[in-house]
Design a protein around this ligand. Structure first.
Ligand code: SF4
Length: 353
């Protein structure tokens, strides 16, 4: 059954009135310049608001505009992003910034199609920037908005279905208030984030849409949204090495493509290696006379993969001058080299330096 536009059209006014009184004060709401909206939206993907705030403020101080981001050295950019994960997001942001400098004179485009054509920007982000920064009637439909709409309409279609998502986007765009597009986008997101919460625990008594909500009337809120069953995560076992030589830690670069592509990592072997296997591996890399001590294991979960990591601390006695590794100090690690969270976990819980 198609979405009921008459029902949806009634949400605009109460939602806007509620947002005006209840919106959280967030740094990216103080100035809705397109560049700032874009940075915040990319950071907020898969990441909690509390985590994003200090990253956002630091990023904006260092890269205050498109030109500064376009010209940033990659290593520094990745360091700024360290801990946020999904590093392709920031690499794509830089590509997009460079494209804006080349094609749009460094000025963030204000046409939806032009925004959508930038690297790393999909319909959600384009809709958020077009509506929040440029007050255009484009919806930004993310998980929060899907949850609100499917509960409101008690629609049990599965939300990863593109046709359904497009239908929701189109229906919302029909009801966008002409002069308050940005506020409307934010009010929908806000309601999903703080009132119509996930995991079957909405705060319906505080909701401005309660009298309009089909799921609330039927007491079926936890049944929405309907999601496809997720495939089980693949487990990968690894042995991670914290190798120290003359007070310096060994890092190496990951292959450019694939998971954490092009990032720095602690040297590691696939599977669970024992001391003899590690010794053989070290010798192959021209590192000898080592003291090897077993460290604490760690686990890291990515979207589709889980790493189960054993760790070893290795004091390297002799290292060939042409060793395959980059040897860095603790200070370098702090200031310059971005180490993905999975490796940072292993390192900090076995901290040797
Ligand atoms: Fe969500 Fe409850 Fe509001 Fe319905 S009434 S939109 S379920 S918070």
């Amino acid at each position: 059954m198609p979405l009921d536009l008459t029902q949806l059209s009634q949400i605009t006014e109460p939602l806007l009135a509620w947002y005006e009184k209840n919106a959280r004060v967030l740094p990216w709401r103080e100035n809705t310049d397109a560049y700032r909206v874009w940075v915040s939206e990319i950071m907020l993907q898969q990441t909690r608001v509390d985590t994003v705030i200090p990253y956002y403020e630091r990023f904006l101080r260092r890269f205050p505009d498109v030109a500064a981001l376009a010209a940033a050295p990659e290593q520094e950019l990745l360091k700024m992003w360290e801990g946020l994960g999904y590093y392709s997001r920031v690499r794509n942001m830089q590509k997009a910034a460079q494209q804006i400098c080349e094609k749009h004179n460094g000025i963030f485009p204000n046409e939806y199609e032009q925004i959508l054509s930038l690297p790393g920007i999909g319909a959600y982000t384009a809709g958020a920037v077009a509506s929040i920064a440029w007050n255009k009637p484009y919806a930004a439909v993310d998980g929060n908005v899907l949850r609100v709409v499917t509960r409101l309409t008690a629609d049990s279609r599965e939300i990863s279905n593109t046709k359904f998502k497009n239908e929701i986007t189109a229906a919302l765009q029909e009801i966008y208030p002409v002069d308050k597009c940005g506020i409307f986008t934010q009010s929908l997101m806000e309601l999903g984030a703080v009132v119509c919460m996930p995991n079957g625990a909405p705060r319906c008594t505080e909701c401005p849409l309660q009298s309009l909500c089909s799921a609330c009337a039927a007491g079926t809120q936890p049944e929405y949204p309907v999601k496809k069953k997720q495939a089980q995560r693949r487990i990968e076992e690894k042995t991670v090495l914290i190798m120290i030589y003359a007070g310096r830690l060994a890092l190496q670069k990951r292959a450019r493509s694939g998971l954490l592509g092009g990032m720095w990592e602690l040297p590691n072997l696939s599977g669970k290696a024992d001391t003899a296997q590690i010794q053989k591996w070290l010798a192959k890399h021209k590192i000898t006379q080592c003291r090897i001590v077993k460290g604490r294991p760690a686990r890291h979960i990515f979207t589709h993969i889980e790493w189960q990591m054993d760790s070893y601390l290795i004091e390297c006695g002799q290292v060939s001058a042409d060793s395959d590794f980059t040897w860095i100090t603790e200070q370098d690690l702090e200031n310059e080299y971005a180490l993905p969270t999975a490796f940072k976990k292993v390192y900090t819980q076995n901290r040797p330096l």
